[in-house]
Design a protein around this ligand. Structure first.
Ligand code: AMP
Length: 939
């Protein structure tokens, strides 16, 4: 309230306060009110301001600047001279009062000067400015007037400042608090805050404005809404690519993997195309996708049940809630319509929502094609339009025995004959004939066994109806029973010759055959009757029948016949191989090279048979007669075999050129290549399942007295169901065909690494030497196609074996398997297990997978015969352990020196793209055995 112009204050009486211009301390001109009537007594001079509006203030402060003359410095002044003045105020809503009585004023204070001034010696007046501040509380009217009462002093009022205090507007905890005028007395003013833009109240925000204009005691707060994050005093929108879902999250965070936010303010990120979330997945989790199809199915068929196993899908879609569903379709007869499997088929533990990659399917019909589609599913399967990926497993159950009533002979005997099943779950060992008096099954029944397929049952009652059933026992277990056949013995003791044309032919597929089997076995034990072989009266032609159509009918009594035993080798081909019309073959592509020409895949369509995929070996043009004979000898040998683990001969084309051998097609090619390609990808049970198949095929061959001589993983073929079959039966093969074969000192050509010492030394090839080779195949399988004895020379291998060294267990090899390998490599061939024992042993391991969990301690890297490799760079090391494909991965992850890899972890390997578990294990196992020596490393 200072002014240079006329202030227009009221002063009375007229000779009291007057408004003049003076110079301040810095010689600046200013307006002031002065009074200095010190020479007269009884002064009462009033100076009143104009109406001062209070605004919102309840308490105002008054700052007065003034000068005051020291009475003593005034010459001749009377004793009435004063050195103080009084300040008053009057509250009023009227801003235009023309008169206020003295009694209407309220006194604020009497003001004295802190410093008064005197005349100097030189006559200058030095002004001493005083500043005093007073306050008035609890104002309530529109405004007030101030008044200055002089009672005889010499004063100049230089400036008057009237002000009030407020707490300045502020943002605290994201709440905005407005400008707030302080309270009337010293009380705090409570102020409610309002949430800043894009925020919401978490707890009602409050603060107190103190009397001196400061904010005190903040309570409550606001938080940014989803899609925004806290800035300095405001909420900032989340930038594209980030999101904030809940007010509980501190800040906007980056979109999780496989999601994006294109706009600002995202409260969650949208999944990339093909990726999804379930409604229970929080927005902070990565978007995921349905899994890929399961892989590498193995089916183990046992009569009318099958165990299906598979590898988990390569891509789980990023989720942990993986389950498997198995769909089943069946085709009862070739060409007939296929449909769902129906209720008779049972899945253990269940059909849908399987937690483990394995299911046992029981209750299948015999002689039926089944297709199982295994799909992996997770929480987001079914979202989006893409179809679920499935793994298809086709199996065909074995046929039951077809019983033909040959003749009824007498009042107390009947003769039955039957035809063995076309397809069995192994070689037929014998047949079992069960019969009982009709309606007497519970009391009395008889079980008879025969290796023949003809039987006369004696000792029956006259004129009585009997029920007969027949089933085959194979080396893979029992097949299903044939249908029931009722026969009545004659009433009279006469010879009743059956009319062959009216023979009853029963071919019955029995679902529930297994139940019946259990029932019969139970009855058998209760009745205490003995089952035994009866001397079946055999058809005198039986011997001839064994080799009908080039197929051995009764494996129990059959022996392999060497094609050279035939004077005319073409006769052997005609005997054992079916001639196929070239027109029923369609060649599609070349899949390999054989000794005699190309190997192709294609299709074969025979009259009244389904079209099948086949492999076609052809004899290249310009062959000699000996080559033709040798080429076809493979067919003559293969054609004698009929076993699920022996490559099956479909037939030969000899009547036109090129001469061809047609076999079943094995989709996955040779086992060694297949394992190398799928290193580390199978469970141990799956590997043992493959080995079991090979052993079962070899048992069949050894039972037939066939010695293979070149058993090795490269000569095993694998089909799409991972069934392994023994192949490569050519006569010349060991000598010419096998690139592994080397000349021995005795001149023969032998695959040294796979061959037993006695066969190398003096060509003693037997089933026992095949067992030695089988042990090597086991080692190849468990090590995923590693080369036996690595890069050792053939001479070194022979020497090492002679000195008693044997291949060490491959990585992760169960103790039980390595022990079996060592048994196969017994120096004394009579001490090696037989193939039948090997099959039994592997069956036990498969039935009890826990027996595979004890692993050998040593690894192939520690064995004394392991060659020591000296490597000097990461690349060399990777090459040495056959992981060269990861060179770039290591280099780009910064692993360039050998000591940098010593502490690498599994997660680090995954991050750099080594994701296959088998490969990770191999790399880590190798690192554990690294000994860095300067710049060199010993592996
Ligand atoms: P081989 O003359 O029997 O050694 O056959 C040469 C190559 O052809 C083998 O290594 C296989 O890759 C392929 N092969 C032979 N037979 C079959 C078959 N039945 N199914 C699929 N591939 C086969």
């Amino acid at each position: 309230m200072s002014a240079l112009g006329d202030l227009g204050w009221e002063a009375y009486p007229a000779e009291g306060w007057e408004e003049i211009s003076v110079m301040d301390e810095r010689n600046t001109p200013m307006r002031s009110y002065q009074v200095c009537n010190v020479m007269e007594a009884s002064q009462n001079n009033w100076l009143r301001t104009r109406h001062i509006a209070r605004h919102a203030a309840q308490r105002v402060y008054i700052e007065i600047k003034f000068t005051l003359r020291d009475c003593n410095s005034l010459p001749g002044v009377p004793g009435t001279c004063k050195e103080t003045f009084n300040v008053y105020y009057h509250e009023s809503n009227n801003d235009n009062l023309w008169f206020i009585r003295e009694s209407q004023y309220v006194k604020i204070d009497t003001i004295a000067a802190d410093e008064s001034f005197t005349q100097t010696d030189v006559g200058d007046r030095v002004m001493k400015l005083n500043t005093e501040v007073r306050d008035i509380s609890n104002l309530s009217k529109k405004g007030f007037y101030l008044a200055f009462q002089d009672v005889g002093a010499c004063i100049a009022l230089v400036s008057l400042r009237v002000f009030y205090k407020k707490c300045p507007s502020a943002v605290h905890n994201l709440a905005h608090f407005p400008d707030t005028v302080t309270g009337g007395d010293s009380a705090l003013v409570e102020v409610l805050g309002s949430c800043v833009n894009d925020s919401e109240e978490f707890e009602a925000p409050r603060m107190y404005c103190s009397a001196d204009g400061g904010w005190l005691v903040p309570i409550g707060r606001c938080v940014c809404k989803p899609g925004f994050e806290e800035g300095k005093d405001d909420c900032q929108p989340c930038r594209p690519g980030t999101f904030r879902t809940s007010t509980k999250d501190a800040y906007c965070t980056k979109c999780p993997p496989h999601s994006y936010s294109a706009q600002e303010q995202a409260t969650e990120c949208t999944c990339d195309k093909g990726y999804y979330r379930t409604h229970t997945d929080p927005p902070s989790t990565a978007c995921t996708r349905p899994p890929s199809a399961p892989e590498n199915a193995i089916s183990t068929l046992n009569d009318t049940s099958v165990t299906l196993e598979w590898r988990p899908p390569r891509d789980t879609g990023g989720r942990a809630d993986l389950v498997y569903n198995v769909h089943c379709r069946k085709c009862v007869q070739e060409g007939a319509a296929c449909g769902p499997c129906g209720g008779g088929v049972h899945f253990t533990p269940r059909q849908f929502g399987l937690g483990t990659p394995r299911v046992l399917v029981t209750g299948l019909l015999p002689n039926t094609d089944y297709t199982f589609s295994v799909e992996a599913a997770n929480g987001v399967s079914g979202q989006g339009l893409s179809p679920r990926q499935q793994l298809t497993i086709n199996i065909t159950t074995c046929q039951t025995v077809s019983v033909i009533l040959k003749e009824r002979r007498s009042k107390d005997s009947v003769t039955l004959a039957w035809q063995g099943p076309d397809r069995t779950n192994g070689a037929i060992v014998e047949y079992e004939v069960v019969y009982y008096e009709k309606n007497q099954r519970d009391q009395n029944y008889t079980v008879l066994k025969t290796k023949s397929n003809l039987m006369t049952v004696d000792g029956l009652k006259l004129g009585t109806t009997y029920v007969f059933r027949v089933r085959a026992r194979t080396d893979g277990g029992y097949d299903s029973y044939s249908g029931e056949m009722e026969l009545e013995t004659s009433h009279e003791d006469v010879l009743a010759v059956g009319d062959p044309n009216q023979s009853t032919i029963l071919v019955v597929s029995i679902a529930g055959g297994v139940v019946l089997l259990v029932f019969l076995v139970a009855c058998f034990i209760v009745s205490g009757r003995h089952c035994g072989y009866i001397r079946a009266k055999q058809d005198p032609d039986e011997e001839k029948m064994q080799f009908q159509h080039g197929r051995v009918k009764l494996p129990g009594s059959k022996t392999y016949i060497h094609p050279h035993t035939y004077e005319d080798p073409n006769q052997a081909v005609r005997e054992f191989a079916k001639e196929i019309e070239a027109s029923s073959i369609r060649i599609e592509r070349v899949i390999g090279a054989g000794e005699f020409g190309e190997v192709c895949s294609g299709r074969l369509r025979l009259p009244s048979r389904r079209e099948i995929c086949v492999a076609i070996k052809s004899l290249k043009a310009g062959y000699t007669e000996k080559q033709r004979r040798d080429f076809l000898s493979e067919a003559s040998i293969m054609g004698q075999f009929d076993h699920p683990n022996i490559i099956r001969l479909e037939g030969v084309v000899t009547k036109c050129k090129p001469v061809m051998i047609i076999t079943e097609f094995m989709e996955n090619g040779s086992l060694d290549t297949y394992l190398k390609k799928h290193d580390g990808q199978f469970t141990m049970v799956q590997l043992v399942g493959m080995l079991r198949g090979i052993a079962s095929g070899m048992k069949y061959l050894s039972d037939m007295n066939y010695v293979h001589r070149d058993l090795a993983a490269r000569n095993i073929l694998v089909n799409s169901n991972l069934v392994c079959k023994v192949s490569d039966f050519g006569l010349s093969r060991v000598l010419e065909d096998d690139p592994e074969a080397a000349y021995t000192t005795r001149g023969g050509k032998i695959p040294i690494r796979w061959t037993s010492p006695e066969a190398i030394a003096y060509r003693k090839f037997t089933s026992a030497s095949d067992v030695w080779s089988y042990g090597i195949v086991m080692w190849e399988v468990v090590s995923y196609g590693e080369r036996p004895y690595w890069e050792m020379s053939n001479q070194d291998v022979i020497k090492a074996i002679e000195e008693g060294y044997r291949l060490p267990p491959p990585m992760d090899c169960p103790v039980s398997l390595h022990q079996l390998m060592l048994d196969c490599w017994q120096k004394e061939r009579s001490e090696r297990p037989k193939f039948s024992q090997i099959v039994n042993m592997l069956d036990k391991l498969i039935r009890n997978p826990n027996s595979l969990s004890e692993l050998t301690n040593s690894s192939m890297w520690e064995d004394p015969i392991t060659p020591e490799l000296s490597v000097s760079s990461v690349d060399e090391w990777l090459d040495a352990i056959k992981m060269g494909q990861y060179k770039d991965n290591f280099a780009s992850a910064g692993y360039v020196t050998l000591d940098s890899i010593l502490y690498i972890s599994v997660s680090e390997l995954s991050k750099m793209g080594v994701t296959l578990v088998g490969h990770q294990k191999k790399i880590l196992a190798s690192i554990q055995t690294l000994h860095v020596q300067g710049n060199h490393v010993q592996v």
